[in-house]
Design a binder for this molecule. Structure first.
Ligand code: BDR
Ligand code: CA
Length: 304
C-alpha cells in the first residue's frame, strides 16, 4: 500500500481525486489536508469531510489549513466549482476537521515516518506545503514522492494568460515548494488539458445509482460546461498506473512577484544549456485519456 497525504481545495475535480483515492485499495490515506483555493478554507475543509463520508471513509482524518496565500491578506478563490465548491452535490457530514492544523499534520507525519516512505499529492494552492517547508526546512524532501497539480509549463494559463490557477492563487508558495530540494512530479495544464471528460463518459454516470455515483454525476454536470478537465485526478491516476502518463525532466521556476506574470511557470528542458539550476521536476505533457477515464470511472463505481 502507498501511504499518502492529499492536500486539496475541493473543488469538483479535487472531489473526484479524493473519491478515486478513497476507492483504491492501493492507498493508505493517512490524512487529507485542506487549503483555501477554489473556495475559502472553511468550505474546502468541510467539503473534504463530506466527500470522505460519502465514500464511507470516516476513518480518514481531515485537517484544515491556511486561509490565505503567503503574500496576500485574502484568498484568491474562483467560481468555477459553484458557491459550495461541489456544484450543488448533496453530501451530508456530521464531522468537523480534526483539531490540528494541516501544516502541523504534514510536518509531524513526514518527520515521524521513515524518510522516503510517504507520498504527498497536492492539488490546490501550495500554501500548506510551503508553510511546512518554512517551519521545518527540508521537511518536504523527506517524502517518497511529491506530486503537484499546478502550472502551465509549455502552454497558456487558465486564470491569467500566463498562469494556472493553483500557482496563481499562491505564487510564493509554489516557488518555495519548487525550490524545496525534492523532484516534483508536475501535472500542469500541459497534461491536464488532455484529460478531457467526454460527454459520453459523463453520461455513463447516470447508470451509477450509488451515493458516490450520484454525487459524481451532479458534480460533473455542473463542471462540464465550465472546465471539462480532470486536472486533480491526474496525479492520483498516475500513482495507480504510471504508464498512462509521459513527461520529461526539467528545471522549473515560478514567478512570484506581483504583476502580470505572477504565477507563470518558466521551464528549461534538460538538454538546454545555461539552465539556472539543475532539474527539479518531471513535467508531464501527455496522458492516455481514454484509459484514464475508464480507470476513474471504475474506481468510483467501487464506492458506496
Ligand atoms: C486547478 O484549479 C482548480 O480550479 C482545480 O481544482 C485544479 O486544482 C486547475 O487549474
Ligand atoms: Ca484543486
Amino acid at each position: 500500500m502507498i501511504p499518502l497525504i492529499i492536500d486539496c481545495d475541493p473543488g469538483i475535480d479535487d472531489a473526484l481525486a479524493l473519491l478515486i483515492a478513497a476507492g483504491s485499495p492501493e492507498f493508505q490515506i493517512l490524512g487529507v489536508t485542506a487549503v483555501a483555493g477554489n473556495r475559502p478554507v472553511d468550505i474546502t475543509s468541510m467539503n473534504a469531510c463530506r466527500i470522505l463520508d460519502a465514500a464511507s471513509r470516516e476513518d480518514i482524518p481531515v485537517y484544515s489549513g491556511c486561509p490565505r496565500p503567503l503574500a496576500y491578506p485574502q484568498a484568491r478563490c474562483n467560481s468555477v466549482h459553484g458557491e459550495d465548491g461541489l456544484g450543488g452535490a448533496q453530501m451530508p457530514t456530521r464531522r468537523s476537521p480534526a483539531p490540528a492544523h494541516a501544516t502541523q499534520f504534514i510536518v509531524q507525519t513526514l518527520r515521524d515516518a521513515p524518510a522516503g516512505s510517504i507520498t504527498v499529492v497536492a492539488v490546490g494552492p501550495l500554501t500548506n506545503l510551503a508553510m511546512a517547508e518554512i517551519m521545518h526546512p527540508g521537511i518536504l524532501s523527506r517524502a517518497r514522492s511529491l506530486l503537484v497539480m499546478g502550472g502551465a509549463a509549455f502552454c497558456s494559463g487558465n486564470i491569467t494568460p500566463s498562469a494556472e490557477f493553483n500557482f496563481y492563487a499562491d505564487p510564493l508558495a509554489a516557488h518555495i515548494v519548487m525550490q524545496a530540494g525534492i523532484e516534483v512530479k508536475l501535472f500542469g495544464l500541459d497534461v491536464t488539458s488532455k484529460a478531457i471528460m467526454s460527454t459520453e463518459w459523463i453520461a455513463s454516470f447516470q447508470e451509477m445509482h450509488s451515493t458516490c455515483g450520484t454525487a459524481a454525476r451532479t458534480m460533473l454536470d455542473a463542471y462540464a460546461n465550465r472546465d471539462p478537465l480532470l486536472h486533480d485526478a491526474c496525479p492520483v491516476a498516475y500513482l495507480l498506473d504510471p504508464a498512462l502518463f509521459s513527461g520529461e525532466s526539467c528545471s522549473v521556476a515560478v514567478s512570484w512577484q506581483n504583476g502580470p506574470s505572477e504565477g507563470h511557470t518558466t521551464v528549461w528542458r534538460s538538454d538546454r544549456r545555461n539552465k539556472p539550476f539543475p532539474a527539479n521536476a518531471v513535467v508531464f505533457t501527455d496522458v492516455d485519456s481514454v484509459r484514464m477515464l475508464s480507470l476513474v470511472r471504475q474506481r468510483i463505481a467501487q464506492l458506496p
